[in-house]
Design a protein around this ligand. Structure first.
Ligand code: CAA
Length: 383
């Protein structure tokens, strides 16, 4: 596969790498340890255009293609996977959905400030009893005049604790199954909307994962994204985009772990020579590099499929699911080997590989578990 990266792709990698090395990486371990969100960096990412990279310039975005977006995600993830998921949810799950399904008024009110990084978005689909079975929504949205009255709870919502805009899914008609799902844009501060428990996590600890509670929360009909009953398709369409983003995140984490292991293997001396001289270590490094390269090809392939879909309208669910499945499994595997190469030093916080290992784990869970992705791939193959 000829990647044929353009000057624009090389330029975005250089720009984001510089920012990530200078601003993101130096505080990543500390933010992870304290479980604190790096708000200053998120603000700077907005100023650099990273919070609306693929949004058209007309709506405040950088108007770049999805390969550029994946490159940027990869570079931020190499430095800090927590920072990358805030960017990922904003771009792929929130901005993407509003640009594709929103009214002009919604684009002006929400998309423009989101793309400029002035507002932060969250995507609220998951519920305690609706995880992989996303259609089993319990949240209700009852039309009353020109407002929906929302009741229910969402959990595991990335950036939920501080987001300004929530893309919320729930049922306007339970009798219709997934065809009764509707999407609403809920603003922070709306009476009846509150933030519940914040999760204490294994990895991506510098990102916020919170419960959201809706009690007789009134949301104007003007904030409904798409039509009544279109919510499930909006969620699935967004998740196709989001899975490419998580795949790029996993790729970045794997690259960081591989580079750390390579450097360590070249400098760590045992039995009178650098451990990189031992074939056992060489084979690990060779396999790590090969699987990372394969991940990269799948990620960029999915990104190209998404960009082609702009013209053709074709679904890219299979390409996105394959990229996330392979890149996330690779990230877990590579980070594990990176610890192995570091030996005991890999297990302690003086070295970054234990953080990469913890951060990699979530990429096999959120935005579709590996098992759900296999279902998606199989359903596309067998169509
Ligand atoms: N694009 C457009 N339409 C789609 C679609 C897609 N990608 N996927 C499904 N659909 C449509 C189908 O065509 C079908 O419509 P028709 O009947 O009109 O043809 C309809 O949606 C229902 O499809 P299925 O019968 O396949 O639905 P299902 O109930 O069997 O579920 C599923 C399919 C793939 C399991 C889905 O529920 C799923 O993806 N589950 C995982 C949910 C998930 O990824 N959650 C992540 C939470 S978000 C998160 O993690 C964010 C965060 O904070 C980081």
């Amino acid at each position: 596969m000829d990647l044929n990266l353009t000057e624009e792709h090389k330029m975005i990698r250089k720009m984001v790498r510089q920012f990530a090395e200078k601003e993101v990486a130096p505080i990543a371990a500390e933010m992870d340890e304290k479980a604190e969100v790096p708000f200053e960096n998120i603000k700077k990412m907005g100023e650099l255009g990273l919070m609306g990279l693929t949004v058209s310039e007309e709506y405040g975005g950088a108007g770049m293609d999805t390969v550029s977006y994946c490159i940027a995600t990869e570079e931020i993830s190499k430095a800090c996977a927590s920072t990358a998921i805030v960017m990922g949810v904003q771009n792929s799950l929130v901005c993407h959905g509003i640009e594709k399904f929103g009214t002009e008024d919604q684009k002006q009110r929400f998309l423009v400030p989101l793309a400029e990084g002035k507002l932060i978005g969250a995507f609220a689909l998951t519920e305690p009893e609706a995880g992989s079975d996303a259609a089993a929504q319990k949240t209700t949205m009852v039309l009353d005049g020109d407002e929906y009255v929302v009741n229910g709870a969402k959990n595991f919502i990335t950036s939920g604790g501080f987001a300004d805009v929530i893309l919320l899914f729930g049922m306007t008609d339970k009798s219709k199954g997934y065809r009764g799902t509707t999407a609403l844009l809920v603003e922070k501060g709306t009476p009846g909307f509150s933030v519940g428990k914040e999760e204490n996590k294994l990895g991506i600890r510098a990102s916020d994962t919170s419960e959201l509670v809706f009690e007789d929360c009134r949301v104007p009909v003007a904030n409904r994204l798409g039509e009544e009953g279109q919510g499930f398709k909006i969620a699935m369409t967004d998740l196709d985009a989001g899975r490419i983003s998580v795949a790029a995140q996993a790729l970045g984490i794997a690259e960081a772990a591989y580079e750390a292991a390579l450097e360590y293997a070249k400098t760590r001396v045992q039995f009178g020579q650098p451990i990189a001289k031992f074939q056992g270590i060489q084979w690990m490094l060779a396999d790590m590099a090969t699987r990372i390269e394969a991940s990269r090809l799948l990620v960029y392939n999915a990104a190209l499929a998404k960009d082609r879909a702009k013209e053709t309208g074709a679904r890219y669910s299979k390409e996105a699911a394959m990229a996330k499945l392979y890149a996330s499994e690779t990230a877990s595997w590579v980070t594990d080997l990176a610890i192995q190469i570091h030996g005991g030093y890999g297990y302690v916080k003086d070295y970054p590989v234990e953080r990469y290992y913890r951060d990699a784990r979530i990429t096999r869970l959120y935005e579709g578990t590996s098992e759900i992705l296999r279902i998606v791939i199989a359903s596309q193959i067998l169509r």
